[in-house]
Design a protein. Structure first.
Length: 146
């Protein structure tokens, strides 16, 4: 990433923070958790349908091909990126991101989507993305609030 793109991306992340601050404060949420989405498999097959990333997640990070990732944003703090990298000998998994945009996040690698639970912040959380009932035990999450 050249210097001009790095500057533009820094401004982009700053704008995302400001937009989320403006939405979280009046709605009385302490945090936003944005889920990239999950793979869905064909009936009685181990073949997944093509993955389509949550556009709200893609707005934060340029990751379009990796499911089970989360951006955790708390106003005033550096956003956290939970990046899914399973241990898998059969399928090719996403590489750990090393490009310059990663500097804008606290990067945490997770090998299982359920590991994200331990990183959920305390307080009221606006959860943005595809909801799964397993998330209900992860804290005070409100799925896709108005």
């Amino acid at each position: 990433m050249d210097e001009a793109l790095a500057t533009i991306y820094t401004a982009h992340v700053t704008m995302n923070k400001l937009r989320h601050d403006a939405a979280l404060e009046p709605s009385k949420f302490d945090h936003a958790v944005i889920f990239s989405g999950a793979l869905h498999y064909q009936f009685v097959d181990d073949m997944p349908y093509p993955f389509k990333v949550n556009p709200h997640f893609k707005m934060w990070v340029p990751v379009t091909d990796n499911p089970n990732c989360f951006v955790i944003y708390t106003p005033g703090l550096k956003p956290k990126l939970l990046y899914y990298q399973p241990v898998d000998y059969w399928h090719k998994v996403a590489d750990k991101p090393t490009v310059r945009w990663v500097e804008k996040f606290d990067l945490v690698m997770i090998a299982d989507p359920d590991e994200a639970k331990q990183h959920m912040p305390k307080g009221r959380i606006a959860f943005i993305g595809e909801w799964n009932e397993r998330f209900a035990s992860w804290g005070d999450l409100t799925p896709n609030p108005e």
